[in-house]
Design a protein around this ligand. Sequence first.
Ligand SMILES: *[C@@H]1O[C@H](CO)[C@@H](O)[C@H](O)[C@H]1NC(C)=O
Ligand SMILES: *[C@@H]1O[C@H](CO)[C@@H](O)[C@H](O)[C@H]1NC(C)=O
Ligand SMILES: *[C@@H]1O[C@H](CO)[C@@H](O)[C@H](O)[C@H]1NC(C)=O
Ligand SMILES: *[C@@H]1O[C@H](CO)[C@@H](O)[C@H](O)[C@H]1NC(C)=O
Length: 258
Amino acid sequence: MHPFSRTSISNVGIFILMFYLIQFPALCFKCAWPTTTSQNAYKYSPSHACNARHQFPQKQKKTKMNSTRNISIGGTMITTTITNNPTLIDSKIEELKRISNPIIGLDVESKPDVSHGPTPNKASLLQLCNGSICLIIQLSHLPRIPNSLKSFLCQSNVTFVGVGIEADKAKLLADYGVACGKVVELGGLASRVYKKAEYEKYGLADLASKIAGVSVEKPQHVRVGDWSVGTLDEEQIKYATVDAYASFAVGKVLMGVK
Ligand SMILES: *[C@@H]1O[C@H](CO)[C@@H](O)[C@H](O)[C@H]1NC(C)=O
Ligand SMILES: *[C@@H]1O[C@H](CO)[C@@H](O)[C@H](O)[C@H]1NC(C)=O
Ligand SMILES: *[C@@H]1O[C@H](CO)[C@@H](O)[C@H](O)[C@H]1NC(C)=O
Ligand SMILES: *[C@@H]1O[C@H](CO)[C@@H](O)[C@H](O)[C@H]1NC(C)=O
């Protein structure tokens, strides 16, 4: 046996060992702390193979969403605000108060009761709409019910209109101890105004298209969705806005307010 070749082999072995000792932490370092957050650069980086095995999820960027949206409903532009912020609610209630027509569309959304347990889900959202601005209040995320909201709902010179509004009123009282003043059930009013008994049983979508010419899309998957989530998706925001706006629109026609 040649002593020299033996040394050679162990030299090569040590070299390979050293290579891995140096490279391995470097590979893993790259894998765990990508130098760039750009998805493409990340994908084509040399540590891609390592990256595929070790899933280091990039932290979901917390986009601070603007709570105000402009939503077009049949050509009418509605500015809608989604919030659980008492200060913002105070200022929006002030705006809603400055209405020329004392009619406010009101609706409540609750997470559907799938379990049919003894305690129904609390109301998640309260929507108020004056025909050009809507306010979507995330009741279940409110630190407290603002006094501005309580007193607004009790004003005797404002008429709150909706379909199933008596049930909504009862729910607001039961779930949050919030009392509503003057509420008008749109189905009943429509059946009296047009002398059509069937209107009493109509849903909001039918009343809105027959009476106000407003087409209301109410996708089932949105209706039965979770309204108690902290961040509502765009479909939920639109749905909640349309419900309150359509209630206002029907009420306005029925009450003959221009
Ligand atoms: C949201 O957008 C509206 C209109 O573009 C703006 O007036 C308002 O200040 C914005 N709010 C926030 C919290 O950025
Ligand atoms: C909504 O529309 C109004 C008036 O056109 C505009 O001033 C405002 O910036 C818009 N807001 C948003 C959030 O797009
Ligand atoms: C709704 O309230 C806003 C803000 O106070 C006001 O500018 C607007 O005219 C009101 N809309 C109606 C239809 O009264
Ligand atoms: C309703 O009456 C209150 C005072 O009783 C007043 O501050 C408010 O502006 C009135 N609202 C409307 C829409 O007329």
